[in-house]
Ligand binder design. Sequence first.
Ligand SMILES: [Mg+2]
Length: 242
Amino acid sequence: MRPMSPINGTSALTKLFSARKTQKIIPNLLKAVLFDFDGTLAELNIDFIQMRRAVLGLMADYCKPSNGMEVLYVLEMIEAGKNLISENNPGREIEFFNRSHRLISNIETEGSKEGKLFTGTEDMLHELRRRHIKIGIVTRNCMDAIRQIFPDIDSCCDVVITREFTTRVKPHPDHLLTALDALDTDARSAAMVGDHPMDITVGKDVGVYTIGVLTGHSEAAALREAGADLIIEKAADITRFL
Ligand SMILES: [Mg+2]
C-alpha cells in the first residue's frame, strides 16, 4: 500500500481527508480485522498515570522501585516489580503480583462503568461480518472491564484476546499472533486498527496492514511515525476503505 504523505501542523486534517480519498484497502486481501479496544472502539476512560502511581505505591510496600520503572507501561511495571522483589524481598513477589493485578483490574472496571462504545462501532462490526471479514479484539485491558462496556461483544466479534488470554501482551507480537491463530488467518490477510503507536508497531512486527485512528490520545503524526499504513478519523469509518 502507498503510504500517505506526512501530516503536519494546522493543515493536518485537510491533508488527512485529501489522502483518504486516494487510499483503499484491497478487499480480496483482507480476511480479518483486529481492533484495539480502549480509545479505538470505546472511549478511553482509564487514567494510566494514576494506575502507574498506584502500582509504584504498592511496590514500595515491598522494596524501593528502581530508577526508570516509572516510565514503563503498567503491566511491564508489575513484571519488573515482581522480578525486583524476588531479588530484594524473596518470597513476596507473587503476593505483590496478585495485589497489583487486583488493583489495576479494579481501576479498569471502575473506569468502565463510565465507559461506552464510540458511536457507530456496533454497526461497523456488523457490516464487516456482512462482508465475511472476521473480527478480533486485542487489548491489554481485562475481560470484566471490556464486557461491562460491550455486553454484546460475543455476538459482534469472533475472538476477544484480553490480557488473561495471552502469555505476552502487545507490544509483544504473541498477542496479535494468538488472535490471528484463533481466527485462522494469515497476517498478510489481516489489518490491525488502533489509537496508540504501540498498536501500529506491533502490527508492523507481525506483518499486518496497520490503521491508526484519532479517537485516543495520539496525534496523527505519532501514528504516522510509528509506520501506520493508513490513518482514519475513527474506527467506524473503516468500512469506507474496504
Ligand atoms: Mg488503545
